[in-house]
Design a protein around this ligand. Structure first.
Ligand SMILES: [Zn+2]
Length: 297
């Protein structure tokens, strides 16, 4: 059982939004225990959007949250940094519709959080313990969660591309594993998709600086990967961010095959629906949060 954490000091980060191409200013602010992660659009009357499954409005290419018609896009790499470093409570102020993409990984967020410091809070963390397997299948893609004492992610991806075919990785989640093995892994995309997205007015900020870009045969930007298996590591990083939307750490083994944002969120919705398949383990054994979570469905 660990105590809840927030930031010791505020953090200011500015950078380009991947889809809008706009410069976005972001402030990460310490928040009281039991707050969770709350996004605040300062350019839209300070509307608040809770990082929760019920806030997810879109999972095409990135994870988008919305409330009262106001959106925050590309939240997953920031959420992954919070989950990876066990930051439970934080306000995220933004003056635009997206979290800055930075270099396409979680590294900038992790470095900024470690520099600002992490502050322990008085309340202990409750967590969700999976009791029975829950499976989502869609075409040739699958994702499942099974009982496990801790959090483990096993991910397999497969592309018929000369630069990489199958990549597979299995990792136990800890702050050290997140920082060393996952945080530096950048997002990746195919040049043909980037051109298609730009023609639809998306990915305006997409460039060789914030993604691994794959041409027909190879990695275009210098063929230099930061880590062996960077592609599957990034998919796990995405999963860490998306799965944190359930609001509490989850003890379970996530096994994903050719999955992505859409399936991650479908798994979360199914977990919330299958109430008998998990329990909330709370230091004070308060059960009210179980009904709050179930109400998100
Ligand atoms: Zn990503």
């Amino acid at each position: 059982m660990r105590l809840q954490n927030t930031l010791k000091n505020e953090i200011f980060i500015s950078g380009q939004g991947l889809h809008t191409g706009r410069n976005i200013n972001m402030r990460l602010i310490p928040a009281p225990a039991e707050t969770g992660v709350v996004f605040i659009r300062t350019d839209k009357g300070s509307i608040r959007i809770k990082a929760a499954v019920s806030s997810v409005s879109d999972t095409t290419f990135a994870t988008t949250l919305a409330s009262e018609g106001v959106k925050i896009g590309t939240v997953e790499h920031l959420l992954a940094a919070f989950a990876g470093l066990n930051i439970d409570n934080v306000y995220v102020e933004l003056d635009g519709p997206e979290v800055p993409i930075m270099d396409g990984s979680s590294l900038s967020f992790v470095s900024a959080i470690m520099e600002a410091g992490i502050a322990k809070q008085a309340n202990a963390v409750s967590y969700i313990r999976i009791l029975e397997p829950i499976v989502v299948i869609e075409g040739s893609s699958q994702i499942a969660i099974t009982p496990y004492e801790g959090t483990r992610i096993t991910y397999r991806l497969f592309y018929t591309h000369p630069a990489f075919g199958e990549q597979k990785m299995s990792i136990d989640m800890s702050a050290m594993n997140f920082v060393n093995e996952l945080a530096p892994a950048r997002t990746f995309g195919f040049l043909r998709d980037l051109e298609m997205l730009k023609s639809r007015g998306l990915a305006r900020g997409g460039s060789l600086d914030n993604a691994i870009v794959l041409g027909e045969k190879e990695v275009i930007n210098g063929n230099k990967l930061r880590l062996k298996d960077e592609f599957v590591r990034h998919k796990i990083l995405d999963a860490v961010g998306d799965l944190s939307l359930i609001g509490l750490p989850v003890y379970g083994h996530i096994i994903a095959n050719k999955s992505g944002h859409t399936l991650h969120v479908k798994l979360l919705r199914k977990i919330l629906l299958f109430r008998d398949s998990w329990e909330i383990v709370s230091p004070s054994m308060v059960t009210s949060s179980a009904s709050e979570l179930a109400a998100q469905v």
